[in-house]
Design a protein around this ligand. Structure first.
Ligand code: FRU
Length: 482
């Protein structure tokens, strides 16, 4: 075992006595922004969900974690188990302590093999002689109780033809029972792609099968594909991934980086897609992953964040959270997404509030709100404080706009504009889940989704509407960790 302690590449094994407690006390100073029902980090920075899997009795949820600060330092896999996405139990984390992960355990997915959970992940390393990044693809085996049994490297370095940006293995079984995993990659000509590997069993050495071809995707300017996920929803083959470099457009792909999906039929390694779109059009959504080994539904979690972005909570030494689990379904050839049934089943009873102009709503900042827009324009200002800060959601009959210009933003947040748009005709049902510094918005039963952070300190729980609206309001159940 190695105890890495090299600047920001420091592992939990190197924590000084009392160090984490001290960081926790910085987190506790945050009185405004910590969520109630979104899974967030106890300290430091959270990013991608990893190793999501149902083991037959419970889900395992891991996420990318740097424990010591709100920066992208040495990545660990924080690990919890849960049966309902509300009660979480801590399990053994994946801590970098081998040379094949010397600069962090980067993202990956899991597969249930026999009684064990096989986690495929990228070992981020740097060659000591010239500091050159060398990616390993590794395998960590956990038992169902969440105990780490072993880990080993599978592949050292990217195959020929690819740069050192080669990562995020997501495994799956073929119909013949072979193990495959798909990695995000950058070709030597600096374009993004994904590469598939195959193994007969976990003891085998992975062989390259080839690239996943996606002819209908406009890959212009795209320099890297991160977090690929190849899955089936009913009879459809679906590819979800995070391409980097795609040109921003006025009403979609508005962020610096995007999470995208393609639906179609896989023939060999070619996905002939009938539809490609951004998965979520909010300010903060990236690196989604679906839960493996779930028979009857497709559940997805994502990082409510973006690479490179800073947030006002960084001063309290915590950064980011995961989305609620979402169930995906296909309607009219597109992905629809809404929070998983466990979230709805645990809501308190809905209460109607008629808003004529301004209304105070108890616990608005941790509420579920639903209303019928009746295909008519509206403008809603949520929350208010002495600085005049407020979060605005408006609809003009065609375009929904979430505007955080009048909220607290870091320079990095402002850099990518303060409005996000979503084209939607015939807007009827609007659902908003507020949780202190995050909102997840779903339109027309999940036809479109917008997930965003927003920061309003010392806020009053008020809503102001430019027309009469009947809001139905409930409280989602807070997460418990024990
Ligand atoms: C995506 C990502 C992955 C990588 C991980 C590192 O957000 O950059 O490609 O494995 O984060 O934390």
């Amino acid at each position: 075992m190695h105890i890495f302690n090299n600047g920001k590449y420091k592992s939990l094994h190197a924590a000084a006595a009392g160090e984490l407690t001290q960081i926790e006390s910085a987190v506790k100073k945050d009185k405004d922004f910590r969520p109630h029902y979104h899974l967030t980090t106890p300290t430091g920075l959270l990013n991608d969900p990893n190793g999501l899997i149902w083991d037959g009795e419970k889900y395992h949820v891991f996420y990318q974690w740097f424990p010591f600060d709100a920066i992208h330092g040495m990545k660990h896999w924080k690990h919890y188990t849960t049966q309902d996405f509300i009660h979480f139990t801590p399990a053994q984390d994946l801590i970098p302590d081998e040379l094949f992960e010397s600069h962090g355990c980067y993202s990956g997915g899991a597969l249930l093999v026999g009684d064990n959970i096989a986690c495929f992940y990228t070992g981020n390393t740097r060659r000591p002689s010239d500091n050159q990044r060398v990616p390993f693809q590794n395998l960590a085996i956990f038992d169902k109780n969440g105990k780490l049994l072993s880990k080993r490297p599978l592949i050292e370095n990217a195959p020929q033809g690819y740069t050192e940006h080669f990562r995020d293995p997501k495994p799956y079984f073929t119909a013949e029972g072979k193990i495959r995993f798909v990695c995000g990659a950058q070709r030597e000509n600096l374009t993004g792609t994904a590469v598939i590997f195959e193994m007969d069993n976990l003891e085998d050495t992975p062989r390259v099968i080839g690239e996943l071809a996606l002819p209908a995707f406009d890959n212009r300017n795209v320099f890297m594909w991160e977090c690929p996920d190849l899955l089936k929803i009913k009879d459809n083959d679906v590819f979800i991934w995070s391409p980097q470099g795609k040109t921003r457009e006025p009403h979609q792909f508005q962020n610096n980086y995007h999470a995208t999906y393609a639906i179609g039929q896989l023939e060999g390694q070619t996905l002939n897609s009938t539809y490609i779109a951004e998965l979520d059009q909010g300010f903060d959504f990236y690196a989604p992953q679906t839960v493996a080994n779930v028979a009857d539904r497709t559940i997805l979690l994502a990082w409510i964040g973006q690479p490179d972005l800073t947030y006002p909570t960084d001063e309290y030494k915590w950064h980011s959270m995961l989305t609620m689990p979402r169930e995906l379904r296909i309607e009219q050839g597109k992905i629809y997404q809404q929070p998983a049934r466990e979230i709805y089943q645990n809501l308190t009873a809905l209460q109607a509030v008629q808003v004529e102009n301004t209304a105070e709503i108890a616990q608005l900042d941790r509420a579920y709100i639903q209303f019928d827009a009746q295909q008519q324009p509206f403008k809603l200002d949520f929350f208010h404080n002495e600085k005049g800060e407020t979060l605005t959601l408006s609809y003009d009959g065609k375009l929904l706009c979430l505007d955080r210009a009048k909220t607290e933003q870091t320079d990095w947040m402002e850099k990518f504009d303060s409005q996000r748009y979503c084209e939607i005709e015939q807007l009827e049902q609007v659902e908003i889940f507020f949780d202190r510094s995050v909102c997840e918005i779903f339109l027309n039963r999940g036809e479109k989704a917008m997930t965003s952070r927003f920061f309003i300190r010392d806020r009053q729980n008020v809503v102001k509407s430019d027309r009469a609206l009947r809001l139905e309001i409930a409280q989602p159940k807070a997460i418990e960790i024990k």
